[in-house]
Design a protein around this ligand. Structure first.
Ligand code: FPP
Ligand code: MG
Ligand code: MG
Length: 386
């Protein structure tokens, strides 16, 4: 355990692996069509936080020395069932055939990047998984900015503004295609199934947000059901990718089932906390600091956690919720009511609960800087301002 006065920097722990992340992602995204190439790579130019790959890499390192699964743990019954750890999976390094003849690969080859020396604890397949999570996330952002009519992403014009809706949607689809190819090449059916489910979950979550059937009334009344709908939507939209990719990192390492479950529980709780903080920042932080317009959720007609908590105390919010804050002055009125209640405080408290659960999920992991890094992520996420 690091002494309390020494600050742990999760980014530093996996810096070597993160260094090549963007370059490898850009190679996965090469297209012979110059404009598709540009649009697909557009969000890899801006400074993303790389939260998902960072978590996958930290998780991979943290579980490297944790118990491995045994033949007895595998689904396929094995007559020679003995408690010997299985060898790590083989990863195929061959380049994407689609790139051959289209985009010349300049500089060090794909294979060279992966032979970059590391201490052996992060598998090439786990690094690739980190890249896949960022690809899926970026695909969802390309589509999200179309759906949300966004103008700004990471303080730059969003892709839909620069290239138009059609190209932004197609580029997002292209990213998903390339992510799927990379996923298939991991040759791990369970990991493929997990990440394919994530893609479906993202769409289900976005759909739940777009068509909130729990609020399908003119003047809905507050109910516990609204909160569970919101949490379910939040899991699908935000926590699914984080939790299932943490789980996949453990599967790729052939971790024991309890380690796989712990990795998932960590990701699930951290993912929920992460989105709750996001929903809080939408009320509390200025647009210039966020790098995207603030107060966007109410403008989009969305009732997130701070408003749901406020609504319990202030039933008059139901009228505004029912018409999705569409009338002039609705957004300001809803906002000021939320700020008069302890809706933001309750949101923070719930996020803290999930962050604490994430920390306790990994309590049995072997001590080390990667485990410290995963714990630090939970502290950092509560303090973040963008
Ligand atoms: C950002 O949310 C968006 C997401 C976390 C996921 C959105 C999912 C889709 C658009 C479904 C399509 C998915 C794929 C994989 C193509 P936000 O709008 O609350 O955050 P923001 O402020 O960053 O825009
Ligand atoms: Mg958005
Ligand atoms: Mg959105």
């Amino acid at each position: 355990k690091a002494p309390a006065n020494i600050t742990i920097d999760p980014l530093r722990i996996v810096a070597k692996e993160l260094k090549f992340l963007n370059k490898n992602i850009r190679q996965l995204l090469g297209s012979g069509h110059p404009i598709l190439d540009t649009v697909a790579k557009y969000y890899t130019q801006s400074e993303g936080k790389h939260v998902r790959p960072l978590l996958v890499l930290l998780m991979s390192r943290a579980i490297a020395a944790a118990p491995k699964r045994t033949r007895r743990d595998t689904l396929i019954p094995d007559s020679r069932a003995i408690d010997t750890p299985m060898s790590p999976p083989k990863v195929l390094y061959d380049a994407n055939p689609d790139q051959a003849g289209h985009t010349p690969i300049t500089g060090p080859s794909y294979e060279t990047d992966y032979s970059f020396p590391n201490d052996g604890s992060i598998l090439p397949s786990q690094r690739r998984l980190a890249e896949i999570t960022e690809l899926i996330h970026t695909a969802s952002l390309l589509h999200d900015d179309v759906i949300d009519h966004s103008t700004l992403r990471r303080s730059e014009p969003s892709a839909n503004i620069l290239f138009g809706n059609k190209m932004a949607v197609l580029a997002g689809d292209f990213l998903l295609g390339r992510a799927s190819v990379a996923l298939a090449r991991l040759r791990d059916p369970e990991v493929t199934e997990l990440l394919a489910t994530v893609i479906a979950n993202l769409i289900e979550g976005e759909f739940m947000q777009l068509k909130n059937t729990a609020l399908d009334e003119k003047e809905p009344r507050w109910s516990e059901e609204n909160v569970s709908y919101y949490l379910q939507k939040t899991y699908l939209k935000s926590a699914s990718l984080i939790s299932k990719s943490c789980r996949a990192a453990a599967l790729l390492a052939h971790s024991a089932p309890e380690v796989v479950d712990a990795a998932y529980a960590y990701g699930r709780n951290l993912g929920l906390a992460f989105q709750l903080v996001d929903d809080m920042l939408d009320y509390t932080i200025s647009g210039s600091e966020l790098g995207k317009p603030a107060g966007a959720d109410l403008e989009l007609g969305l009732a997130t956690a701070p408003l749901l908590f406020a609504w319990k105390e202030r039933p008059e919010l139901g009228r505004l919720v029912g018409r999705k804050f569409i009338e002039p002055g609705d957004v300001d009125e809803a906002r000021s009511i939320v700020l008069q209640t302890d809706g933001l405080e309750q949101t923070r408290a719930l996020a803290q609960e999930y962050a604490d659960k994430a920390v306790s999920a990994i309590s049995s992991f072997p001590p080390g800087e990667a485990k410290d890094g995963l714990e630090e992520m939970c502290i950092k996420l509560m303090k973040r301002r963008r």
